[in-house]
Write a protein that binds this ligand. Structure first.
Ligand code: HEM
Length: 450
C-alpha cells in the first residue's frame, strides 16, 4: 500500500478493501476513512511514482491534488495504480488520452455490471437491490434509447422558453439575500437555484424541491463518515426517494403526456416499464447530474473570481464577457473530477497495455490543466479565445445531456448578480467536498457589496 498512509497496519486496509470489492454495504465509513487516512499535505514529488493515488478524497477536501496530477501528466500520463481504497485502476490524465477513452465506448464500457462510472464502483447485476441501473451506466443501444427519451428537455428551443422563468426565480433569490453581512453562498444561492430548476424540469411541486436536494446529497455522501455510518444506511434514504417518484411516475402513466422528465419517461416504451431500481437509478442520474454540477459551478465561479481579482475587475468593466466566462468557470471548476470505465478487451493507450476488465479513470480535472492542449491551462482567464475547449462535459455518446441548460442557468445567474452587486466577496474559508468524483464546495462564506 502507498507509503503515505498514517495507519501502519496494512492488513486492516487489505481486509477492508476485500470487503468493499465484494459490494458489502455494511463496511463502516469511519473504519475506511481511518484505515486509509493520509496527511493530505505530503509532498507528492518525494514519493515513488508507484505510490501515487490521486483518488484519495482527502486530497480533494484539502485542495492538494493538483501536484499529483501535474506529476502524473509529466512522468506517466497513463498510469497504473496497483493498490488503493478503490482497488487497482489506471489514471488517464492528459486531454487527448481522455478523449480517446471517452470516444471508444465500444472498448471502454460504462456498464454497472462491470463496475460503472465511478472509481470504487462495485459490479452489480441490474436486479441487485443495491444496483442503480441508469442510462449513464449503460452502453449503446440501451443507453441511446433511454437518453433519447429525455433529450427534448434540453434542446435550445425549450431552454429559451425556460429562461425567463429561471431569470425571475434567480432575481427573487438574489433580492432576498442580506447585504454587507456574511452568509453561506452555497446554501442560500447555489442550492436553492438548482433545486428550483430541477423541480421545474421534473414537473414536481416547488415545495418538494429540497427533497430532491436531500436525495442528491445522499448519493454524494453515501461514503462520508460524517453523514452515514455505512452505505446501507444511505440507501434507506434513497428508498424514500424511490417511493416518492414511484407515486409520481405511476400517476403520469395514467395522464396524457406532459412536458416534464417524469412524463417523458412514463410515456416512452424505452422507459415506461422500468423496474423500481431502474426508476430510482434514472431519477437519481437526472437529479445528481443537474444538482451538484451546476451548484458547484455557481460557487466555483465566485471563488475563482475572488482568487483572481484582475479577472473580477475585467468582468465588472465588461459584463458582455459573461457568455465566454461561463465555459471558463466550468473548465476551471471541473464539477465532476473523473468518470470511470471498464476495458472490454486488451487495448493500448498512450503506449500502455490495458487489460480486459481493468478499471480506467478519465481525470477530467487533470485534462483541464493539460498545458499541451490548453494554453495557460493553470490560469483562470474569463476572455480566453476558445473557452469551450475543456473536458468538463465529457465527450462521445455520454457527453453531458444537460450542458446547455447548465450554461444557460449560469449565464442568467451572473447577469442578474452583476445587475445588483458590485462584488460577491469571499470573506471566509471555503469548505471543500471530500470526494474524488464530485469536485465541490460545501460552504462558501461571502458578503455582498452593493
Ligand atoms: C456544469 C454543469 C455540468 C457538468 C460539468 C456536467 C458533467 C457531466 C459529465 C462529465 C457527464 C458524463 C460524460 C461522459 O461520460 O462522457 C455528464 C453526463 C450527464 N449529465 Fe451532466 N453535467 C452538468 C450539468 C448537467 C445538468 C444541468 C443535467 C440535467 C439536469 C445533467 C444531466 C446529465 C445526464 C443525464 C448525463 C448522462 C448522459 C449520458 O450518459 O448520455 N448534467 N454530465
Amino acid at each position: 500500500m502507498a507509503v503515505q498512509h498514517l495507519e501502519a497496519d496494512n492488513t486492516k486496509r487489505e481486509a477492508l478493501a476485500a470487503r468493499l470489492s465484494t459490494g458489502d454495504m455494511t463496511v463502516s465509513n469511519k473504519e475506511i476513512a481511518d484505515a486509509f487516512e493520509i496527511d493530505p499535505h505530503f509532498d507528492v514529488n518525494k514519493i515513488p511514482l508507484d505510490d501515487i493515488d490521486p483518488s484519495h478524497p482527502a486530497l480533494f477536501a484539502n485542495d492538494t491534488v493538483w501536484d499529483h496530477f501535474a506529476r502524473l501528466r509529466k512522468e506517466d500520463p497513463v498510469h497504473y495504480h496497483k493498490e488503493s481504497s478503490v482497488g487497482p485502476y489506471w489514471s488517464v490524465t492528459k486531454y487527448k488520452d481522455i478523449m480517446e477513452v471517452d470516444r471508444q465506448h465500444d472498448v471502454f464500457s460504462s456498464q454497472q455490471r462491470l463496475g460503472g462510472i465511478v472509481l470504487g464502483g462495485v459490479a452489480r447485476e441490474a436486479d441487485d437491490a443495491f444496483a442503480l441501473p441508469m442510462f449513464i451506466q449503460e452502453d449503446p443501444p440501451k443507453h441511446d434509447d433511454q437518453r433519447k427519451v429525455v433529450t427534448p428537455m434540453f434542446i435550445p428551443r425549450n431552454l429559451a422558453e425556460l429562461e425567463p422563468l429561471i431569470r425571475e426565480r434567480i432575481g427573487v433569490i438574489l433580492d432576498g439575500l442580506p447585504r454587507n453581512e456574511e452568509f453561506n453562498w452555497v446554501e442560500h444561492v447555489s442550492v436553492d437555484l438548482t433545486a428550483q430548476m430541477l423541480a421545474t424540469i421534473f414537473g414536481i411541486p416547488q415545495e418538494d424541491r429540497m427533497k430532491l436536494i436531500h436525495w442528491s446529497d445522499t448519493v454524494s455522501s453515501l461514503q462520508d463518515p460524517e453523514v452515514f455510518e455505512n452505505t446501507e444506511e444511505g440507501f434507506k434514504v434513497l428508498f424514500e426517494c424511490l417511493a416518492y417518484f414511484t407515486e409520481h411516475y405511476e400517476a403520469r402513466k395514467k395522464e396524457p403526456p406532459r412536458f416534464d422528465l417524469l412524463s417523458m419517461m412514463a410515456h416512452d416504451p424505452a422507459t415506461s416499464n422500468m423496474s423500481p431500481q431502474e426508476l430510482l437509478g434514472n431519477v437519481l442520474l437526472l437529479i445528481v447530474g443537474g444538482n451538484d454540477t451546476t451548484r458547484n459551478s455557481i460557487s466555483g465561479g465566485v471563488l475563482a473570481l475572488n482568487k483572481n481579482p484582475d479577472q473580477y475587475e475585467k468582468l465588472l468593466q465588461n459584463p458582455g464577457l459573461i457568455p465566454k466566462m461561463i465555459p471558463e468557470i466550468i473548465r476551471w471548476q471541473t464539477p465532476l473530477a473523473h468518470m470511470a470505465r471498464t476495458a472490454l478487451r486488451d487495448v493500448e493507450l498512450g503506449g500502455k497495455q490495458i487489460k480486459e476488465g481493468d478499471r480506467v479513470a478519465m481525470w477530467y480535472i487533470s485534462g483541464n490543466r493539460d498545458e499541451d492542449y490548453i494554453e495557460n491551462a493553470d490560469k483562470f482567464i474569463i476572455d480566453r479565445p476558445n473557452p469551450r475547449t475543456h473536458t468538463s462535459f465529457g465527450y462521445g455518446v455520454h457527453r453531458c445531456v444537460g450542458n446547455r441548460l447548465a450554461e444557460m442557468q449560469l449565464n442568467v445567474t451572473w447577469e442578474e448578480i452583476n445587475k445588483r452587486f458590485s462584488k460577491v466577496e469571499v470573506t471566509g474559508e471555503p469548505l471543500l467536498q471530500r470526494s474524488s468524483f464530485v469536485h465541490g464546495i460545501r460552504d462558501l462564506p461571502i458578503t455582498l457589496r452593493e
